[in-house]
Design a protein around this ligand. Structure first.
Ligand code: HEC
Length: 154
């Protein structure tokens, strides 16, 4: 049900963005070790847009599982996952891209973190999700750009 909602929102709000020819298709994304070196779009990510994706329940909904101090005015912060404060000190941009694209490649198959740019929905895939990702390629780049701003104070 939740997935359906995510897709309905995506289709409504972002329908025109879903397939941009120059984007790397989800099935063509190349993982090298634990990272993805190549931008999915070739267009630099916009951190402000990325912050919106993190907070948006219909998109990243990252705050349902992760606390982020600079976004603490946003609705709900969960603690299923670790706080993302200082995450740019722990992971490179290439690693952060890989985590957002498909966390299963970085953590374990059992991670509860959704794969945001993958067509691998696990067992029992649903017809209405076919060919769609939770985030667009550019939204992934925007999220990675925002995560890159999350450094611990010196
Ligand atoms: C359903 C819960 C859930 C959601 C939603 C979620 N994550 Fe996660 N995330 C986790 C968990 C749990 C981990 C820790 C790894 C593990 O145990 O699988 C994690 C780990 C991470 C890490 C590594 C953190 C570190 O300090 O090592 C990053 C970065 C991350 N998530 C970013 C995101 C972003 C960005 C989004 C939204 C686009 C998101 N997550 C959405 C559960 C979630």
């Amino acid at each position: 049900m939740h997935r359906f909602f995510v897709c309905a929102v995506m289709a409504g709000v972002l329908g025109s963005q879903v397939a941009i020819a120059s984007d790397i298709a989800p099935t063509d994304v190349k993982f090298e070790d634990m990272s993805i070196g190549q931008s999915l779009t070739g267009v630099p990510g916009n951190p402000e847009e990325g912050a919106k994706v993190l907070a948006n329940r219909g998109l990243g909904n990252c705050l349902a599982c992760h606390a982020v101090t600079p976004l603490e005015n946003e609705q709900f912060h969960g603690n299923v996952g670790p706080s993302l404060d200082g995450v740019a000190d722990r992971w490179s941009a290439e690693e952060l891209r890989a985590i957002v694209v498909n966390a299963k490649h970085i953590f374990t198959e059992q991670t509860v973190m959704p794969a945001f740019y993958s067509l691998d929905y696990g067992i029992n895939p649903r017809k209405d999700l076919e060919g769609k990702t939770i985030l667009t390629a550019q939204q992934v780049e925007d999220v990675v750009a925002y995560l890159g701003t999350l450094k611990e104070p010196e």
